[in-house]
Design a protein around this ligand. Structure first.
Ligand code: 13P
Length: 287
């Protein structure tokens, strides 16, 4: 199956009060692990790459070709959306040209009027090619690939203006943070989420999905969150399984140092995490 855009998938999720997982890829193992999790659960999936991860792997085209070719050799039959995560203006344009089926333009660090104008331009370029667009209002806390957000709550009037640009999904700060949550984290702001969800029909995106207690994720989905972004959780499970393998001395037994063996437990741990999270989201299996 070739890539699909996110329009129908996330609109149906918002209407049906469930969410679809958006998992960050970092390399070949991540890509295979995410695709395996989606195929085994028979659910659609969004594979996303940050600007930093794309630079690490090569470029946007390489990432798209990697995902596409893994889908081919793995006989993936579930719908897959190829998405740019937290792109700046140039990156969004590059991914539109490179054949991504969805891009995020993250203008949260710009004055709002400029974020709005640039989002409009990206929407125009992307929609002409049937590509979905995600935008952001109210920065998401924490640091991701050098993008630092303060974690403010999204302003409802700004969210309405952003939704009016025709974006297909909207990331909005509701107290969420990228990376590990600090012990004194106050939790998601369901009051703000309700105000946002009452004001706009656009599918809403929860960034920083890793480490939020399951009950809060499930409640947020019931209120209008349709896309849940996960990166750190997969990194932690990969690292823990790889550490276990090495601490058990398995890399020193036989050819246990072969990367195809050394990375196997960690890769399976990513798939297990992907499948567990998909179970939280309530994504219906494709027919
Ligand atoms: P986490 O790394 O906190 O899961 O956040 C992922 C994310 O929001 C990607 O945009």
């Amino acid at each position: 199956m070739s890539f699909v855009n996110g329009n129908e998938i996330f609109t149906a999720a918002r209407k049906g009060h469930y969410a679809v997982g958006a998992f960050n890829t970092n390399n070949l193992e991540w890509t295979r692990a995410i695709l395996k999790g989606a195929q085994e659960t028979k659910t659609p999936v969004l594979i996303q790459v940050s600007m930093g991860a794309a630079k690490y792997m090569g470029d946007y085209k390489l990432v798209k070709n990697l995902v596409e070719n893994e889908m081919r050799v793995m006989n993936i039959t579930v719908p897959v959306i190829m998405h740019l995560d937290h792109g700046n203006y140039e990156a969004a344009k590059e991914c539109i040209e490179a054949g991504y089926t969805s891009v995020m333009f993250d203008g949260h660090d710009l004055p709002f009027a400029e974020n709005l104008e640039k989002t409009k331009e990206i929407v125009k370029l992307a929609h002409a090619k049937n590509i979905s667009v995600e935008a952001e209002v109210g920065s998401i806390g924490g640091t991701e690939d050098g993008i630092v957000g303060l974690g403010e709550l999204a302003d409802v009037e700004e969210a309405k203006k952003m939704a009016a640009t025709g974006v297909d999904y909207l990331a909005c700060g509701i107290g969420n943070i990228h990376g590990k949550y600090p012990a004194n984290w106050k939790g998601l702001s369901f009051d703000r989420l309700k105000e946002l969800a009452d004001a706009i029909d656009t599918p809403l995106v929860l960034h920083g999905g890793s480490g939020i207690p399951k009950e809060q994720v499930v409640k947020a989905i019931s209120m209008g969150i349709s896309k849940v972004n996960i990166n750190t959780e997969c990194q932690l499970s990969f690292a823990a399984a790889t550490r276990k393998y090495i601490e058990a001395g398995k890399d020193q037994q036989g050819k246990g140092y072969d990367p195809r063996k050394l990375l196997a437990d960690g890769t399976q741990a990513i798939t297990d995490t992907v499948e567990e999270i998909i179970g939280w989201l309530g994504t219906p299996a494709v027919k």
